[in-house]
Write a protein that binds this ligand. Structure first.
Ligand SMILES: [Zn+2]
Length: 121
């Protein structure tokens, strides 16, 4: 991913006028942290700071977080997409959709989703 490409991120503050708007130019990188050099983003409009992980498309999913976490848990365990779909109760395309997004980070994403608090919105 392009180091400076912030177009796929958006402000996570629901009270912000720029909330949910991608590529709006309101986000800047303020810091990096962790072994993966995760970026801390800041919204110029409302001055909210949030991790780039929270701004990724995964968290805009229409599925409940629990369901996404279930999908990723199965995938991370090596369960095939067909079987995962049956176990979780979603369409197989949904599974492959998330699997593709998560890639090798399925376990990591799962852990984040499980600890994810809706209050963070
Ligand atoms: Zn904002």
């Amino acid at each position: 991913m392009d180091e400076y490409d912030l177009s796929r991120f958006c402000c996570r503050n629901p009270d912000c006028p720029d909330h949910g708007q991608r590529g709006h130019g309101n986000l800047t990188v303020t810091a990096r942290y962790g072994p993966r050099r995760t970026r801390m983003l800041r919204c110029r409009t409302c001055r909210t700071r949030f991790s780039e992980r929270k701004g990724t498309p995964l968290f805009d999913a229409r599925l409940p977080h629990g369901t996404v976490a279930d999908i990723l848990a199965h995938v991370a365990e090596g369960v095939g997409s067909r079987k995962t779909a049956r176990l979780v109760g979603v369409h197989r395309d949904t599974v492959t959709h998330y699997t593709r997004r998560a890639g090798d980070h399925a376990q990591q994403l799962h852990d984040e989703l499980v600890t994810f608090s809706p209050d963070d919105y």
